[in-house]
Design a protein around this ligand. Structure first.
Ligand code: ADP
Length: 262
């Protein structure tokens, strides 16, 4: 009976999920169809100033593509290819991309620790994760603000590691992303890592950004924690295990496969 109950709860959750996704997708299709219809009519009347209909249709199509890419990436649960990574160089290598992502109203600062230990991680996934965090930070600072990315070596002792982070004690590389944005209520923090949990408007958020970060970090034997204060801002700290006995190599620059939208 318990198994049946669990199964039916699962089916209900899947039903809600697919219903929500179909709804999002429908909205994007409506934007595309609406604008293409307008475009057709205007062209039939011989009008030539139709660029904005094309732009709107393209935006809708791009959003739909982003959603399906992220769903596929989520469903595939891509196997990780861990390698030695220098966190400082990875962050530096992304700074142009991050700056462009943040736009003009958000200042960006990096505070990179000297003598940072190498870590072992899938560099692509780490880049995707940091980009997801930056997109969230940007969305939390619609009126501008500051994003800080900080790296440091972290010794986690028994008590702290076990009690607060749920990881074995030891040496970790920490990457913290801090924004001065809206912050999150405790009830939001509690659910933030859940796949498809979002507080954003339809078409703006997929609820997969933080779940990507969580999945990647956990698969890398690390930990991620959110510290947030409503009205003041948010810090997301990622801990990845220190790599010992192998020289860090910088992965070649790659654009993360799935374009995050939030
Ligand atoms: P999405 O950004 O698509 O909504 P995420 O999984 O990345 O999905 O985030 C889930 C939710 O957590 C967001 O909708 C938002 O409410 C909250 N959140 C995440 N990052 C931040 C942040 N830096 N500041 C405020 N809220 C945030």
């Amino acid at each position: 009976l318990e198994e049946q109950l669990r199964q039916s709860q699962k089916m209900e959750a899947i039903g809600q999920l697919t219903g929500g996704l179909a709804h999002d997708f429908n909205n994007m299709l409506a934007i595309i169809l609406g604008n293409l219809n307008l475009l057709k009519r205007r062209l039939e009347r011989g009008e030539t100033r139709v660029g904005h209909y094309i732009e709107h249709a393209l935006t809708g199509a791009e959003r739909a593509a982003t959603l399906t890419h992220r769903l596929l990436a989520f469903a595939r649960k891509q196997p990780l290819t861990p390698e030695a990574v220098d966190g400082n160089r990875l962050v530096s290598g992304m700074s142009e991309l991050l700056r462009r992502t943040l736009g003009e109203t958000v200042q960006m600062e990096t505070v990179l620790a000297g003598g940072l230990w190498p870590t072992r991680a899938d560099a692509n996934q780490l880049e995707s994760g940091l980009l997801n965090l930056a997109v969230n930070a940007r969305d939390a600072m619609p009126n501008g603000g500051r994003l800080t990315i900080e790296t440091s070596n972290a010794h986690l002792d028994d008590a702290y590691a076990a009690a607060h982070l749920g990881v074995p004690p030891g040496q970790y590389v920490m990457i913290a992303v801090t924004d001065t944005g809206s912050g999150m209520a405790p009830s939001v923090v509690e659910r933030a890592f859940d796949p498809f949990f979002t507080t954003k408007r339809v078409g703006q958020g997929t609820g997969l950004g933080l779940s990507q970060v969580y999945g990647f970090v956990k698969q890398s034997d690390g930990h991620v924690k959110i510290y947030s204060e409503p009205g003041h801002g948010t810090t997301v700290k990622i801990y990845l295990p220190r790599l010992v006995g192998e020289k860090p190599v910088l992965p070649e620059r790659r654009i993360p496969r799935d374009i995050p939208e939030g």
